[in-house]
Design a protein around this ligand. Structure first.
Ligand SMILES: NC(=O)CC(=O)C(=O)O
Length: 301
């Protein structure tokens, strides 16, 4: 018997992706700017129910910065979390912004320091419209790449990979979480889909080498393989920073069609998520019912 609870009935909703610009070395400025954009997104005539920030929105992106910006969150899954007692100023801001805006908020990611182990993680926190912290995801797969002459990046110099897969339920959908490089690991998306997720949302920050080649391809691949909605939310590109984010925050439908795509400057996109497409795709191309676990193993089992 599966321990996974029944997913909520999938209903239409609107998703806002905040492709945040101007992320600087000043954390207070980053938090203030993110808060303004959350409230701006929520008051848009599109009336989004879910608002998303990008990966590493409160600090410059780079392993050397993580220790200096890391915050102690102390969230225990399944246990109530008292935001008023939180040691994390980013959690406090995100919680109050979600409450004021009255939206589900996927708070991008921030560097986290777990006090008991002194380990650092790249961590996404999620809030309901009452401002409660209801889910957390620590980037499972660390971004360690070396493309000669192009880009070398080693998150594992300072970070530890998370050890759990995570999703959360709203009143209208089950949403799976990942962060950036996690999208390269199809098993994670496959397991989320088999666990009943209707959509995957990954804050991310691809770069000018992998972005043009892989950003869209990976999202369309994950969407199509699993017949699921898929979205990634990037920071805006800043050529004065050390890491040049690709931008192009995106939403893809279960047929693999790109529904919205930002440019590379600061921008907020609004996209309607429609259950009909999810259901029609699965009915028309019944791969979800044609798996041959007598021939190959079920990685989600
Ligand atoms: N920044 C990341 O985690 C991932 C990335 O840029 C890539 O996979 O390419």
């Amino acid at each position: 018997m599966s321990l996974i609870s029944k997913a909520p009935i999938f209903k239409p909703f609107t998703l806002a992706l905040i492709q945040l610009g101007g992320i600087s070395a000043n954390k207070a400025d980053n938090l203030k700017h993110a808060r303004e954009k959350i409230l701006k997104a929520a008051t848009n005539p599109a009336k989004p129910q879910v608002v998303v920030l990008p990966e590493c929105f409160n600090s410059p992106y780079g392993h050397v910065h993580f220790p200096n910006y890391a915050e102690d969150i102390e969230y225990v899954p399944g246990k109530p979390y008292d935001v008023a007692q939180s040691k994390s100023e980013s959690v406090k801001m995100l919680s109050s912004a979600a409450k004021e805006a009255g939206v589900w908020l996927i708070g991008g990611s921030i560097p986290e320091r777990e006090a008991v182990s002194d380990k650092l993680y790249n961590t996404c926190t999620v809030y309901n419209p009452q401002g409660d912290l209801i889910a957390m995801h620590r980037k499972v797969h660390l971004f360690d790449i070396d493309i000669p002459g192009k880009i070398t990046f080693k998150e594992s110099e300072t970070l530890t990979g998370g050890t759990s897969l995570n999703f959360f339920d709203t009143d209208f959908a089950r949403i799976g979480l990942g962060i950036c490089y996690d999208v390269r690991f199809p098993e994670m998306a496959m397991i989320a889909a088999r666990d009943g997720c209707h959509m995957l949302i990954y804050p991310g920050a691809f770069n000018l080498t992998t972005g043009p080649l892989h950003w869209e391809l990976l999202q369309r691949g994950r969407a199509l393989d699993n017949q699921i909605y898929m979205s990634m939310c990037s920071p805006a590109r800043d050529m004065r920073s050390n890491y040049h984010a690709w931008g192009h925050s995106m939403v893809v439908d279960p047929m693999g069609k790109v529904l919205s795509e930002a440019g590379h400057d600061e921008e907020i996109t609004y996209t309607d998520i429609v259950p009909k497409v999810f259901e029609e795709t699965r009915a028309a191309i019944p791969v979800t019912k044609q798996r041959r676990f007598d021939v190959y193993p079920d990685v989600s089992a």
